[in-house]
Design a binder for this molecule. Structure first.
Ligand code: NG6
Ligand code: CA
Length: 509
């Protein structure tokens, strides 16, 4: 493995200059610079066009924009999948999610889908002496199949390399609606145990379906089971009253913990995975953000998330960590407006384009499903700029391994070491990438995107998103036709044939 010398150079030079000016002219051996901290800021369902730095001019995201303008903004940065669980799986393991049959949207009762023997970003960094933490959304399953929420829930984040974990188990719209700290439900009253079931209600507890009069947010599709804080959820839950989260406080709640984590571990190398819940449904901005975007709750929670990022950055700055911290900001999948609640996301969208110029959205094989905001930021090390290199979140594991000089066996990984591209030292990214959306896959190679034939419906009418399905193959030139309006499959049979072959080779491997 190539040794990265870049972040050692400046401190070494400084050491030399300082040493030259003193009596003792020998550089001190113990002055090796500290290992860089690593922070992932990961949003949930934030679209390519939801960030003003990516060209939107309706919704303002000044704090994300500051990362983009002070760091490297990728125009071809991808999540591995158009939904959450598979993208998060690939982010942490460096493996294509379609290799794991369980990497699909999980219920809150699903078992952990990462093998505890598998390498993860967090384990790799632990092996290099890092303290590792996750704050926010998990959604990679917990336990082995029969979770008892009243005992320590394991295996989970702690068993795949996180020394500290403070999470919501699945999604904000799924039960259990409680936080877990290192596997234990926070604030649980032992006299009021929690039970969770995704099939059956507990007696005649109120539900979204039967008790619309109790709802503060109405459901559009799905989301008609147990009601918590007036919001009907997916799945049934009983008990745990004192432990239930307050939706409007969730952003502050995670922010405070992310900040506390940084403050606590600032004197050792740390990795923080700050997995924010916005703008996934239910969109529940804190009252101080209500109405701030003019786009309804979806816009308001993006403004809220942006504010949180600004506050989090302030903490890193105040603690003097920004010159020694690599920050990667991205999103787990593309945007959706109506994802199951009536929350005015559709009605108030106006001219805002959550996907920017891209076609499709969450759940889609078209570009908006997986091409997302992707920014790397490191003060003094990454020069501000824009990169068109093709990069995927799956590449972070091997790239960061190189950065911290960890020996990782790359045989089992689909992620590629793209550290020079991620730091802006090179414009060369991946040559090809397979993207996934609800079990279907498509193939990007260079500027081309191939979507093989799929029989499913072309549009998911409930969410009103084009899924990319067509009974004939689709071939797009993404450089000339970023909005995928011109299918060249018929016009370019040779290109289609060669890409299909390459695609099948990787899929079959
Ligand atoms: C879907 C939910 C959707 C959202 C999604 C997961 C219904 C009808 N829809 O099944 O609301 O929760 O799962 O989103 O239940 S993700 O970003 O975590 O993948
Ligand atoms: Ca998501």
């Amino acid at each position: 493995m190539r040794k990265i010398t870049r972040f050692f150079l400046l401190p070494l030079l400084l050491t030399l200059i300082v040493s030259c000016s003193t009596e003792d002219k020998t550089p001190k051996e113990d002055e090796t610079p500290p290992k860089p901290n690593i922070v992932f800021i990961y949003l949930d369902d934030l679209g390519y066009g939801d960030v003003s730095a990516y060209g939107g001019d309706v919704l303002n995201t000044p704090n994300i924009d500051a990362l983009a303008s002070g760091g490297l903004r990728f125009t071809n940065g991808y999540a591995s999948s158009a939904t959450c669980t598979p993208s998060r799986y690939a982010l942490l393991t460096g493996v294509y999610p379609w290799r794991n049959k369980d990497a699909k949207i999980l219920p809150g009762t699903a078992p952990l889908i990462i093998d505890t023997k598998q390498i993860t970003v967090s384990k790799m960094l632990q092996s290099q002496g890092y303290h590792t933490g996750i704050v926010g959304k998990w959604h990679l399953g917990l336990g082995t199949g029969h979770v008892n929420w009243n005992e320590r829930v394991s295996p989970g984040p702690n068993e795949v390399g996180f020394d500290h974990s403070y999470i919501l188990a699945a999604t904000q719209d799924r039960v259990p609606t409680v936080y877990l700290e290192n596997g234990l439900v926070e604030g649980l009253d032992p006299d009021d145990p929690i039970e969770v079931d995704y099939q059956n209600n507990f007696g005649d507890q109120p539900t979204g379906k039967n008790n619309p009069e109790l709802l503060s947010m109405k459901w559009h599709h799905g989301h008609n089971a147990t009601i918590v804080n007036g919001v009907p959820r997916i799945g049934f839950m009983k008990g745990g009253e004192k432990a239930k989260w307050i939706d409007v406080d969730m952003a502050d709640h995670f922010l405070v913990r992310a900040q506390a984590y940084v403050k606590k571990h600032k004197d050792e190398p740390f990795f923080l995975y700050y997995a924010m819940q916005q703008p996934h449904v239910p969109r529940t901005p804190h009252p101080r953000f209500v109405g701030k975007s003019g786009l309804g709750p979806r816009g308001d929670v993006i403004v809220e998330a942006d504010w949180c990022i600004g506050e989090f950055m302030k903490t890193l700055r105040e603690e003097g960590l920004l010159e020694n911290t690599l920050i990667v900001l991205s999103s787990d999948n593309g945007p959706v407006l109506n994802d199951g609640y009536y929350d005015d996301a559709v009605e108030m969208i106006g001219t805002h384009q959550p996907a920017g110029p891209l076609r499709g959205g969450k759940y889609s094989l078209f570009e908006a499903g997986t091409r997302v905001p992707f920014i790397t930021y490191w003060e003094g090390t990454i020069e501000p700029g824009v990169s068109d290199a093709l990069v995927c979140q799956m590449d972070l594991l091997p790239s960061i391994a190189e950065l911290v000089s960890a020996e990782v066996s790359t045989d089992q990984l689909d992620g590629k070491n793209l550290l020079p591209a991620l730091l802006g030292d090179s414009d060369t990214g991946r040559e090809e990438l397979i993207i996934e959306a609800t079990g279907r896959t498509a193939f990007r190679q260079g500027e081309w995107l191939l979507i093989p034939p799929y029989k499913g419906v072309p549009i998911n009418k409930q969410v009103n998103i084009e899924l990319g399905n067509s009974v004939t193959p689709q071939l797009y030139n993404l450089t000339k036709d970023i909005s995928q309006t011109n299918n060249l499959a018929d016009a370019m049979p040779e290109k289609l044939g060669s890409m299909m072959e390459e695609f099948e080779k990787i899929r079959g491997a």
